[in-house]
Design a protein around this ligand. Structure first.
Ligand code: HEM
Length: 167
């Protein structure tokens, strides 16, 4: 319920429509399923979008299979998705809204310096959803369906909407 409140408040910034309590629960339960697959998720997104990989000088032009187990790669994957997990976890409590706002603003500012574009953030957003879609369905008790997808679209629009304002 609290996640719902935070996401509704974000949605008043016209980033996305409000989430129902069920949608808010879907977002959390799906994320709990994948939150520790950092390297796998990062690899999947870079594989789909080589232009994102090319923004990392240390990974540019390298075969993903040859770098995915390196400390550098794992470190960046964990940094990226721990950030994501923090936002989702903080969303449980409306008192954290100022913190979330600052974190997303800082992410936009740092990534503007790296030359990351809105189009690339949209690719990243798309890459997360397609990873979740496949991964969530590997467990026979789970099912990625239109309702789950809509919840994620709203949640990600709210998150990336804040980043875009500072990119
Ligand atoms: C859209 C494509 C993206 C590109 C091309 C990109 C690129 C980069 C680059 C080049 C760095 C610096 C790496 C280094 O210091 O060696 C970085 C850092 C980082 N990225 Fe990304 N990034 C992207 C999306 C994201 C997203 C969506 C998140 C979070 C959900 C994220 C989280 C982070 C974090 C936490 C850091 C370290 C702290 C910072 O520099 O702000 N990145 N990213």
């Amino acid at each position: 319920m609290k996640l719902l409140i935070v996401l509704i408040i974000y949605s008043t910034s016209a980033f996305a429509g409000p989430l129902s309590p069920n949608e808010a629960n879907f977002v959390k339960s799906v994320w709990d399923h994948v939150r520790h697959n950092e390297t796998d998720m990062f690899c999947s997104i870079l594989n789909q979008f080589p232009d994102i990989q090319a923004k990392f000088p240390q990974f540019e032009g390298k075969d993903l299979n040859s770098i995915r187990n390196t400390t550098e790669f794992i470190t960046q994957a964990v940094r990226t998705f721990t950030f994501f997990s923090n936002i989702i976890d903080l969303s449980d409590n409306p008192v954290n809204i100022p913190t979330i706002t600052i974190l997303l603003k800082n992410l936009g500012v740092s990534h503007r310096r790296y030359g990351v574009t809105t189009a690339q953030m949209n690719e990243f957003n798309y890459g997360i959803v397609s990873y979740l879609n496949v991964s969530f369905n590997t467990n026979p008790n789970n099912s990625w369906n239109d309702v789950v997808a809509a919840a994620w679209t709203n949640a990600l629009d709210n998150i990336f909407g804040s980043v875009f304002q500072n990119l």
